[in-house]
Design a binder for this molecule. Structure first.
Ligand code: SF4
Length: 323
């Protein structure tokens, strides 16, 4: 039987908009009834365009923002039901690395303070010498040196800052890390090195990742499983090889088609994209993708497609599955 580090069930995050005396309350359904499970030791990628809800999903899972409904099961407990005190232990196990290494590190704090402050919170009474020893270990693990702990973030390049952010995440020995576009602000050559570091540490420390990105090349390199999000919903999910080799949903097909091919001598037919991403306050009826889908028929705007099994672990939501 598959061992999951985390199971997300029917998770919702709605943001209420300012009410007006002339109209009913309106909501942005940023995450709408999302269900998936992350196998232990795997990298689970969540992909989609900006505005798909993937960053909100990551933040809701870590309880950085409150969920509107649903369950997040870890160690047979729903982490959404835990009290603040009970959640502290889970917070240690679940860490996050943010997209922007320039804003996510406090500019006036030494690296040792940035990396070590989590230890002071989670291990009350721990000796300064022990914290220093552990900081030196994690700096080494992310490819930096012990003496770097006495410098400030501005003394580092973007790639090194992201290594510091990662050191801060792993110092508490977590087993699950949400990585929100961790390489998108970096130069391509630096991206490759940071991605390799993430892959190596994951293997060494037996970590599981939830990897949020719009970049399918990164998913191809790092992920084992992938979920495709569109306007707050997961439209297709499954093992990466199945989703990438046999995309069943027209939106997945479109994303894969727009991903650049590294070989200049390989040509492929471009799929024309219709229209803009609709307003999430008032998403299209039926299938939310119908306003942009080249296969859309009348039923698509009338009836929401159910999730259907394509093959083992591979599911899709479309009235006219491509597979
Ligand atoms: Fe396109 Fe219809 Fe499938 Fe939606 S349900 S993706 S509109 S074919």
């Amino acid at each position: 039987m598959q061992d999951y580090i985390m199971e997300i069930k029917n998770l919702k995050k709605y943001f209420k908009l300012k009410e007006n005396i002339f109209s009913k309350a309106k909501y942005v359904r940023a995450v709408d009834d999302v269900t998936f499970s992350v196998p232990r030791g795997s990298t689970y990628a969540v992909v989609g365009e900006s505005g798909s809800g993937k960053t909100t999903l990551g933040r809701t899972i870590l309880r950085l923002i409150d969920a509107s409904a649903g369950e997040i099961i870890m160690d047979n407990k729903n982490v959404l039901d835990l009290s603040k005190k009970e959640f502290m232990e889970y917070r240690r196990k679940m860490q996050m690395v943010f997209q922007d290494p320039y804003n996510s590190l406090h500019p006036k704090k030494l690296v040792k303070t940035i990396i070590g402050e989590g230890m002071k919170i989670h291990f009350k009474g721990i000796k300064e010498t022990e914290i220093r020893k552990r900081i030196a270990e994690v700096l080494n693990e992310v490819g930096l040196r012990e003496e770097h702990m006495f410098r400030y973030p501005h003394e580092f390049s973007g790639g090194q800052r992201q290594r510091i952010a990662f050191a801060r995440a792993i110092i508490l020995n977590p087993n699950f890390i949400v990585l929100d576009e961790p390489t998108s602000a970096l130069d391509v050559s630096v991206q490759a090195m940071v991605l390799k570091m993430l892959k190596d540490i994951k293997k060494r420390e037996d970590l599981s990742y939830l990897f949020i990105t719009h970049d399918l090349s990164v998913v191809d390199y790092l992920a084992d499983h992938v979920a495709v999000m569109y306007l707050g919903e997961i439209v297709e999910k499954g093992p990466k090889s199945k989703v990438f080799n046999n995309p069943a949903h027209p939106y997945t097909e479109l994303l894969l088609n727009s991903n650049p091919i590294p070989d200049p001598f390989t040509d492929r037919e471009r799929i024309e994209v219709k229209g803009e991403v609709p307003n999430p306050i008032n998403p299209p009826s039926g299938c939310r993708f119908h306003t942009r889908c080249r296969y859309a028929e009348n039923i698509c705007s009338e009836k929401k497609p159910e999730e259907e099994i394509v093959s083992e672990e591979h599911t899709n939501r479309c009235h006219f599955s491509l597979v």
